[in-house]
Design a binder for this molecule. Structure first.
Ligand code: NAD
Length: 376
């Protein structure tokens, strides 16, 4: 089985879907890996490292020729896959809802497209979960970026010239990114508080040494829906949450927002009026910027000064740690493919009735088959 690794063409993309370690692991399964020349350059992996790991390095046409599996970070445009073999698996973050035409083109080309971001959130699939691996790094980077733009120090320092007070960091949304943001801010010495709609996060916040800030006494609140994700909250809850945020936020130096609801725009957690109550020099990092933002006025990929507060519309932060994000993404892909590897056939065999396969398989036999796409 030949596995092709593509050089990413999306603007701003820095990552690659394989590293030397996964090349060797695929070889141990009996596969041969071909990497497009220059694909690892931005992730600090020169072609020579891939060659030393046993991969062939070539141009797009050479790499695609005869490949039964194509690995990518972002789904390529259909025109970029000329020469791909019919029946080949295309594995990556294919963004099927926003790139429906590309998915149709994959089907037409006879490719079996597998959207890794639709991996079910079950224990068996944890090591294959690209959303988690990338969110974790993004949560770390959000704090580092916030700290870099903050004109004060994070830890308390007692010096001969006087005492520096610790920074107060508030994390809103305690999923994978939020948990890592709490841990990172704590490591830097900040005083950290955090909130979420899912009451299960209260204990997680405390176990990281941070203070939970929760809406209390609102009937029937439990913001946990299918797959452990959040649900949209009642009006009563949203009002109580806004009041709680108002009183808390004015005392914070750094706010990191990460709140997302699958399939919906990001919930609005901070209004412009609330932003104006923060101390001048405070920093807000909105990690939900790509989904519309948790903060009024956020623009993805842009930084703005509002009422003396720096508002960062953080976009795809994992891309700014390309060596680590590539390594984790590449391992997610290997963990998925190796879990289904049939040694006798020398290739992955993906059973129709498997929960993971059903979750991520978009196209098969020339057709778009995923129910989330066919029902639309
Ligand atoms: P996410 O990125 O969808 O959302 C981030 C956080 O924002 C969530 O914790 C959510 O509850 C919170 N949020 C939503 N609306 C909010 C609001 N109005 N106010 C405050 N917070 C709000 O979440 P995620 O990081 O993908 O994690 C979701 C869940 O899935 C977690 O329980 C996580 O542990 C779980 N998970 C399970 C697996 C697995 O078992 N394979 C893998 C990854 C994550």
């Amino acid at each position: 089985m030949k596995i092709a690794v593509l050089k990413e063409s999306a603007a701003g993309e820095t990552r690659i879907a394989a590293i030397a370690e996964t090349v060797k692991k695929f070889a141990a399964l009996g596969a041969e890996v071909a990497v497009e020349s220059g694909a690892g350059a931005q992730a600090s992996i020169p072609d020579a490292d891939f060659a030393a790991a046993g991969a062939k390095v070539g141009n797009r046409a050479e790499v695609l020729k005869g490949a039964g599996i194509i690995l990518c970070i972002n789904g390529p445009e259909a025109g970029e896959l000329k020469g791909a073999e019919s029946g080949a698996l295309l594995v990556g973050a294919l963004d099927p809802m926003r790139r429906r035409e590309a998915v149709d083109a994959y089907a037409k080309a006879g490719l079996e497209a597998l959207a890794m971001e639709w991996m079910p959130r079950i224990t068996r699939a944890q090591s294959m979960d690209i959303l988690s691996s990338q969110s974790n790094l993004a949560g770390y980077k959000a704090v580092i970026d916030g700290a870099a733009r903050y004109g004060r120090a994070f830890p308390m320092m007692m010096t001969a010239a006087g005492t520096v007070s610790p920074a107060k960091v508030f994390v809103m949304g305690v999923g994978v990114a939020g948990l890592q943001a709490i841990a990172t801010a704590r490591r830097l010495g900040a005083q950290v508080s955090a909130t979420d709609v899912r009451s299960a996060t209260r204990e997680q916040i405390q176990s990281l040494g941070a203070k939970p800030i929760f809406v209390e006494n609102v009937a029937g609140i439990e913001g946990e829906g299918a797959g452990g994700y959040a649900t949209e909250m009642s009006e009563e809850y949203q009002k109580a949450q806004a009041e709680l945020v108002s009183s808390h936020i004015a005392k914070q130096d750094i706010v990191i927002t990460t709140a997302l609801i699958p399939g919906r725009p990001a919930p609005r957690l901070i209004s412009d009026a609330q932003l104006a109550t923060m101390r001048p020099g405070s920093v807000v990092v909105d990690m939900a910027a790509d989904a519309g933002g948790n903060v009024e006025g956020t623009v993805a990929g842009e930084e703005a000064a509002k009422h003396g507060v720096t508002l960062i519309g953080a976009s795809n932060l994992a891309r700014s740690l390309p060596a680590d994000s590539s390594a984790l993404f590449a391992r997610n892909l290997f963990n998925f493919l190796s879990a289904f590897w049939d040694k006798e056939q020398g290739r992955p065999v993906l059973p129709d009735d498997d929960e993971i396969v059903r979750g991520i398989r978009l196209t098969q036999g020339g057709k778009v088959i995923h129910e989330r796409l066919t029902a639309a």
